[in-house]
Structure formats: C-alpha cells, structure tokens
Design a protein around this ligand. Sequence first.
Ligand code: MRU
Length: 366
Amino acid sequence: MRINGQKFHTIWFDINHPETVKIIDQQKLPFEFCIKSLHSFHDAFVAIKDMTVRGAPLIGVTAAFGMYLGLYGCTSELPADEYTNVLAREMKTARPTAVNLSYAVDLVMNALQGCDSFAEMAGKALETAMQLKQSEIDSSSAIGDFGLTLIEQVAVQKPGKPVNILTHCNAGWLACIDWGTALAPVYKAHEKGIPVHVWVDETRPRNQGSKLTAFELLNEGIAHTVITDNTGGHLMQHGLVDLVLVGSDRTTRRGDVCNKIGTYLKALAARDNGIPFYVALPTSSIDFSISDGLTEITIEERNGDEVRSIEGKDGKAQVVPDNSPVYNIGFDVTPAKLVTALITEKGIFAASEESIFRLLGSQTSV
Ligand code: MRU
C-alpha cells in the first residue's frame, strides 16, 4: 500500500543494515507517520507488547524478526538451544490472544534445528522471517481475491449503488504486511471499480477503527464513514449494511473466531437482520489444537487506563471518575454458528470442523 505515493510494508529489513528491522509506529497513527527501528530482541518484544505493531499477521512476522535480532551478533555463553528456548518462551508472552505469535516463533525454532553456530542460526531465522513475511503478503492478496467474489455478488444486485460493508477494528494492511485480511477484498473491489462504502468501527477501547482503518481507507480514496461501536445494529436494521467483514486473531478448528472486543455483538446483530457475517483470515491464524473458543482461548486483559482515558490528536483526556473501577479486555469470541463463512487464502470455507479439515489445502469455496 502507498503513503503519499510511496510503497510501504508495515515491517521491512534492509540487507545494508542487518542489525536493524524497520516498522511503522502504529501508536502514532493517524496523526503522525513515523518509522521506528528495532535493534534487538527486546525492541521487537516491546513493539508487540505495547502495540507499536499490532494485528495478528504482523505480530507473527515481527516476532520472527525479533528472534532474528536476538540471534544476530549473539555472544551469549549459554548453550545455543538453551538460549533460543529462552527467547522463544519470552517472545510468546508478548501478547496472549493472536495465535500467529506462537506460530511464527515455532516456525523459526523449527528452522534452527541442526544449526551449529549463532551466526548460522541468525541466517536461518532471517530467512524464515522473510519467507513468513512474503507468505503473509501472498495470503492477504489471495484472501482479497476470494473475498472480492462475495462483494461482486452483492454489487450485481444493486447496480450503480455502493456495496455497504461494515468492518470492526483494523484488519487492513496495517494489521498485516500488505493488503490486509478483512480489508483486502475491499481494496480489490475498489481496484476493479466496484463502488464500495465502509462503515468503520472499534471506536473503543482503543479506537483502532477510527484511527487505523479510517487512515487506511482515506489513503486509498475509499468511501467510508466512522461510526461509534453502538451504531452497527441500527444500520443493519435499516438496510444500510450489505455484509460484515472482520478479521480474526485466533480461529479454532471448529470455526469459533476470536477478534477485537465487540465483534461478537456485530455478529449477533448481523444474524438478527439476515446479513452475512464473513471472517477473513490467513490459515496462520487457525489454532488446530483447540475447538471451543469460549473456554480455550486466553483473552488479553489490558491496562484500564485505555478505558479511563481517550487519547487523541490533542492529547489524553480522562473520561471516567477517579475512583470507578474499569474492566478492559481486548477480544471476544464469536461462535462458529454466527459466522456465514471464513475467507482464507485457500478458499471460502464454512465455519465448521468438517469443512475446515475437508477443504484446507485445496483451492475451493463453500
Ligand atoms: O489488538 P489488535 O489491534 O492487535 O487487534 C487486531 C484485530 O483484532 C484484528 O482484527 C485481527 O488482528 C485480525 S486481522 C488482521
């Protein structure tokens, strides 16, 4: 995607500066566009933890580069396997919900098998991070192509009128490396000249929709309107939403979907109004080891200050009385029964164990 005409990924490595990995600082968006350098494992860990980078695929790729930074120029006296196990264990604790984090760390750890020096390990870790980065770009693009077919189906039924899509949080290129998950089909539709309009929410607790998704759509010249999180149901009741498209941080093998807090309420409203509710995700976001999303996914609890205050262009403002307790969880689970279909890089799947296992690995659709 482009910022002021220049092509950017959310994370990149320059062979001329092998001690550094660059990222876009998402804490500063949309008001400032800043590039930050990661120089160490610790820098990468903190960038994930404090959400300088965020979004499931980007968390995974950053973790892989973080493992590389931990190995580059390493002079530890610990035995190599002990040292890498410490890194891997620590990196996996940076954020608990997105499965891409442990997926990426495990990919790197597997690639390190058989290496016999830190220098060789660093080379393997870098190669793995670069490959994962490319595979996430390819997955996002393929998700866009599959999801485009769903937007096209709606578009032919309302010629000349925009397809109204509601999305929650930011599942665009900022959450990935390029294209995005939920927003990839929107970008592909726009490129093809199909009129689309996006309702943008997650206006609390972190305003990822109003800050990041709005920033992305504005940049790409795509019609959009920011709404409060409470508005979606009303829009659906009044025929103003054709489909809901969201991302996922962890999808279980039976198709339960864990995404930014508030996603579940959108799914309930969509079901009540007969509106399709699609979840777009790379297969790196599927956790095949678990089935029941409600009991088996660790939901991230974040600092209550995110609820106590709102941070905006002009600074921070407290919006809760001094002594009121707050509860701030980052994600919720939408059960498979409320999901119309999963859009992945391998095709469009019913959200069910049978469909996921039968169809994964072949290019197909529901
Ligand atoms: O807390 P965040 O900003 O990392 O949460 C991001 C989301 O919930 C996205 O929808 C999710 O990662 C899926 S998309 C790429």
